[in-house]
Design a protein around this ligand. Structure first.
Ligand SMILES: *Cc1c(COP(=O)(O)O)cnc(C)c1O
Length: 398
């Protein structure tokens, strides 16, 4: 048993990262300066997108993408319930109505058939969430979007470093939103990015992140350099030069870190294959999985004690398991404002009762991985034997 809790995710910072930030501290620019464009162009190249626009968080990235897609009052946007709340909040910020389409029970990715069923004359966009780090079925979603004239946005906050065939996450939808929170694939403390191939969308994104302020050509010609116009309701969603320098430095390590996440996932796969009542989510063929999360689904027929007991026993072993996610439809904001309820999306609701996320991050040592596997094996075997289903584990609660 571990004496300190192993978290489910955390950042890796090396001396090159520290030096990159210190260099900016000593420079002329703390916020918008040369590091923003450097990070943006390196990021765009990495995900094979024409444009990348840095913003202050993943939430800001989603909000800016919906602004750029022209979402406003009266518009419906289809989202999955199995995601962090900011996916749906982005729709609400723009005055739109989130409409929840259920996920595939095997992958927990939005099910294109459920999306098709939820389309109405008011539907304007779909946000697909690359849950746990594997890309959604974008060809199927894109076909629906094109047929119905919808904008397809990817919430790629889990999938930096993932790919569908040879195409990286970030190039799979009209716009893709990323997060650089410390548990994500790379970090800037807080931060986010939107990628797109659409130059007009990129202009709208850049405008939105700094109050929709523009200097028009006439003002420049008149040389009254103080002149600007506010064309719409924007925000301060800028990412600082300090953060962009960190992001640029982190990006170099991404391929190595994704390899390490995949190694850890492979070790978990092997361990789970030998355990009753606990299975990983299904992997899509022909996709590179970025393994932001490693989600295990528990089988209540084998583990009648239930997810809560398994969760508590793993925490008692020092393993920082977590649950991703409480379906958005369960939250009071959505119930009260949009009339959602548990039961709306049966596959997501059923999965929510059974899933736990195991620790996975690149700085985990082989010994950490062994600790997780040993604890999981002990706890699952304990609860899988019917005789013990009501008994306490020796270590639980100590
Ligand atoms: C992390 C995350 C977000 C929000 O990103 P922040 O940078 O924390 O604002 C949105 N959607 C998903 C799926 C996420 O995992």
């Amino acid at each position: 048993m571990r004496c300190t809790l192993l978290p489910y995710g955390r950042q890796t910072i090396d001396e090159a990262d520290v030096a990159a930030v210190v260099e900016v501290l000593r420079s002329d620019y703390l916020t918008t300066g040369p590091k923003v464009a450097e990070f943006e162009s390196a990021f765009a190249a990495r995900v094979q997108a024409r444009h990348a626009v840095a913003v202050s968080s993943g939430t800001a990235a989603l909000h800016a993408a919906l602004h750029a897609a022209g979402i406003g009052p009266g518009d419906e946007v289809i989202v999955p319930p199995m995601t962090f709340v900011s996916t749906a909040n982005a729709v609400v910020f723009q005055g739109g109505r989130p409409v929840f389409a259920d996920v595939d029970p095997d992958t927990l990715l939005i099910d294109p058939r459920c999306v098709a069923e939820k389309i109405t004359p008011r539907t304007a966009a779909v946000i697909a969430v690359d849950f746990a780090g594997q890309p959604c079925d974008y060809p199927a979603l894109e076909a629906i979007a094109q047929r119905r004239g919808l904008t397809l946005v990817a919430d790629a906050c889990h999938s930096l470093g993932a790919a569908a065939g040879e195409r990286p996450a970030g190039s799979l939808a009209s716009m893709s939103a990323f997060s650089f929170h410390p548990v994500k694939a790379i970090t800037t403390g807080e931060g986010g990015m939107v990628t797109t191939n659409d130059a007009a969308a990129a202009t709208r994104l850049r405008c939105f992140r700094t109050h929709c302020m523009t200097r028009d050509a006439q003002a420049r010609a008149r040389e009254d350099s103080w002149h600007y116009e506010v064309e719409g309701l924007g925000n301060n969603y800028r990412l600082t030069d300090l953060q962009c320098a960190l992001g640029r430095s982190q990006l170099d390590k991404l391929p190595r870190w994704i390899d390490r996440r995949q190694q850890i996932a492979a070790a978990y796969d092997t361990a789970l294959a030998a355990l009753p009542g606990a299975k990983p989510l299904v992997r899509r063929s022909d996709c590179t999985h970025a393994y932001h999360l490693y989600v295990v689904r528990l089988d209540p027929a084998v583990l009648p004690a239930g997810r809560q007991r398994v969760f508590e026993a793993l925490r008692a072993e020092g393993i920082g398991v977590n649950v991703h996610y409480i379906p958005v439809t369960h939250h009071p904001l959505y119930r009260q404002r949009f009339g959602t309820a548990p039961g709306d999306c049966p596959a997501a609701d059923e999965a929510y009762e059974r899933i736990i996320s195991l620790p996975i991050f690149p700085a985990m040592t082989d010994a950490d991985v062994e600790d997780v596997i040993a604890a999981l094996t002990k706890v699952i075997r304990h609860f899988a034997s019917r005789d013990n289903s009501g008994a306490r584990l020796a270590t639980a609660g100590t």
